[in-house]
Ligand binder design. Structure first.
Ligand code: ATR
Length: 284
């Protein structure tokens, strides 16, 4: 039986095992996908035995950047992004892909016809934010990166030719699109009882946006809960919203395509051969 996993910390919230196991069943592949909590200080040890055990994996918070040093190769896209969310074990060689960019761009396209010259604000500067900034820039958007830690925003912005600032700068920036690419608002280890679901990376969002005539499209990469505090505030302020499950599903479909050659856009019956591909490319 082939083994796959998603590694992250926290990981209890992840729907990846349920989704991928149901897809494996559909195509009749003898494979099992599990969620493995790997603390940052355990990553090196975990990766030592990885290639002997796993045929592939997804990588999520907070390992998408750090994982790169333990891989044997990267796609050109993953290298440019500087973050990996999918690994394929090709005969003992671990190759890193980025399917987040495909997931995020597919999700954005459900509400934005064209991204060219659109002003986009990305909240966050971690691994997921990198893929989103890369995708937005490639589509011709003008991007501002706002992050809690300004140094990380500055580094990302310099690499991709964006503006940057801290989260508190949001009120001073006009925008057509806002993406929460932080983990704020996500279920923690205690799931729904966790007070973290009440948090937003931008607690003043509704107040700031309510006053504006032009409402931005708001997207969240957090998919558990589906209606995050950030998206509730955006809806209240009159924004069109894109829930995190869209990106989650499409990055998963592309990852599954890399491992099996089958590409599912939903839980419908298998279509063979699509491949997915990361350039094609939520977060697991
Ligand atoms: P991922 O690979 O999933 O993006 P990551 O690299 O750990 O995970 O990045 C998490 C992002 O969420 C970062 O932008 C982080 O901000 P910092 O760079 O300042 O750490 C952001 N983040 C996490 N917790 C946050 C919080 N409580 N408030 C604001 N931002 C937060």
């Amino acid at each position: 039986m082939k083994k796959y996993c998603v590694i992250g910390c926290p990981i209890a919230h992840s729907l990846s095992p349920k989704l991928h196991n149901s897809w494996f069943k559909k195509i009749g592949l003898s494979a099992r996908y599990t969620a493995v909590e790997v603390q940052p200080e355990e990553l090196e040890r975990f990766m030592r035995d990885f290639r002997k055990i796993y045929s592939g994996a997804n990588v999520t918070i907070p390992h998408k950047e750090k994982i790169i040093q333990y891989l044997d190769g990267l796609t050109a896209e993953a290298r440019e992004i500087g973050a990996v969310n999918a690994i394929v074990n090709k005969k003992g060689k671990l190759i890193g892909y980025n399917t987040d960019v495909f997931g995020a761009m597919s999700a954005l396209k459900t509400k934005c016809k064209s991204l060219k010259n659109k002003r986009a604000i990305v909240l966050g500067a971690g691994g997921a934010a990198r893929a989103i900034v890369y995708g937005l820039k490639r589509a011709g958007a003008k991007v501002v990166v706002l992050n809690r830690t300004v140094g990380r925003a500055k580094k990302l912005a310099r690499e991709f030719g964006c503006e940057y600032g801290v989260l508190q700068d949001f009120g001073r920036c006009s925008c057509d699109i806002v993406v929460n690419a932080t983990s704020v608002g996500m279920w923690g280890k205690n799931k729904i009882k966790d007070l973290k679901v009440l948090e937003s990376p931008m607690p003043d969002f509704a107040r700031i946006i309510s006053k504006r005539a032009k409402k931005p499209v708001a997207m969240d990469i957090v998919y558990r809960p589906k209606m995050t505090r950030f998206l509730k505030d955006a809806k209240k302020a009159g924004c069109a919203i894109i829930t995190g499950d869209k990106m989650f599903l499409m990055q998963a479909a592309a990852s599954f395509g890399l491992w099996t050659g089958y590409f599912f856009k939903n839980s419908a019956p298998a279509t063979s051969g699509g491949g997915g591909g990361s350039s094609g490319s939520g977060s697991p």
